[in-house]
Design a protein around this ligand. Structure first.
Ligand SMILES: Cc1cc2nc3c(=O)[nH]c(=O)nc-3n(C[C@H](O)[C@H](O)[C@H](O)COP(=O)(O)O)c2cc1C
Length: 212
């Protein structure tokens, strides 16, 4: 899609570290949707980054993998976040990754959401919680999202969803991140959007009298 400038860059994060993770497969499908539109897409493997956020963001004491994660997200225009439903919410792995990130990396970025559940609910609670986190990071969570119920039976051997409509829906999450990321790419739109998000006091910043 982008022609006269750099391609839109999308980073995928999967909130399951399981070797055969179905969440990771779902994120890979969404990233294929993104690359279809000409984006550069990368799945950042959180297995490389098994370190707990200790609340210190800038002391340089984290392993190098944390700074690689931060750089990958900082250099991206959008993110695809995939999570398994764990006890009615999203996984601690994904929360930790988001806690290792902050406004510097995520503010103004597009975010697409995908949830995977073993049961029939399709991770809807996880998706709702992630949408709230997107707001707190001053990101733009795209309207489209995808929930995959009964995940254990949902994928074929090639890693695609057996339900063609659901496969299309997951790919569309990736495409929307690219489409809105592309709009944000344009200098005029970016200026407007940056002004819009920075109009809200940054609760992690130096302002006083802040509103969460
Ligand atoms: C700790 C834990 C909690 C879970 N809680 C739920 C749940 O609340 N609802 C549900 O439908 N499935 C639940 N599951 C099942 C997972 O959503 C399902 O196995 C999913 O495929 C895991 O993602 P993965 O394949 O990417 O590892 C839970 C699994 C684990 C390990």
């Amino acid at each position: 899609m982008p022609t006269n400038r750099e391609p839109v860059r999308v980073v995928g994060l999967s909130g399951s570290l399981r070797p055969d993770s179905l969440t990771r497969r779902a994120v890979e499908i969404a990233l294929r949707g993104a690359t279809e539109l000409g984006a550069e897409a990368e799945l950042f493997d959180l297995r490389e980054c098994r370190v707990a956020c200790d609340g210190n963001s800038d002391d340089g004491a984290y392993p190098e993998s944390v700074y690689r994660l931060r750089n990958a997200v900082k250099n991206a225009n959008g993110l695809v976040l995939g999570t398994p439903e764990y006890h009615g919410s999203f996984s601690g792995v994904l929360k930790n990754a988001l806690d290792l990130l902050g406004f510097e990396e995520v503010q103004s970025k597009m975010i697409g959401l995908i949830g995977v559940s073993g049961g029939p609910m399709g991770a809807i609670h996880a998706l709702a919680s992630l949408r709230t986190i997107g707001r707190h990071l001053h990101a733009w969570v795209v309207p489209h999202q995808a929930a995959i119920p009964f995940a254990g039976q949902a994928f074929d051997e090639e890693g695609n969803l057996k339900d063609a409509k659901l496969q299309e829906r997951v790919m569309e999450v990736g495409r929307q991140v690219v489409k809105f990321g592309f709009l944000h790419h344009s200098a005029a739109a970016k200026k407007f959007l940056d002004a819009w998000v920075s109009a809200t006091p940054n609760p992690g910043g130096e302002h006083e009298g802040l509103i969460w």
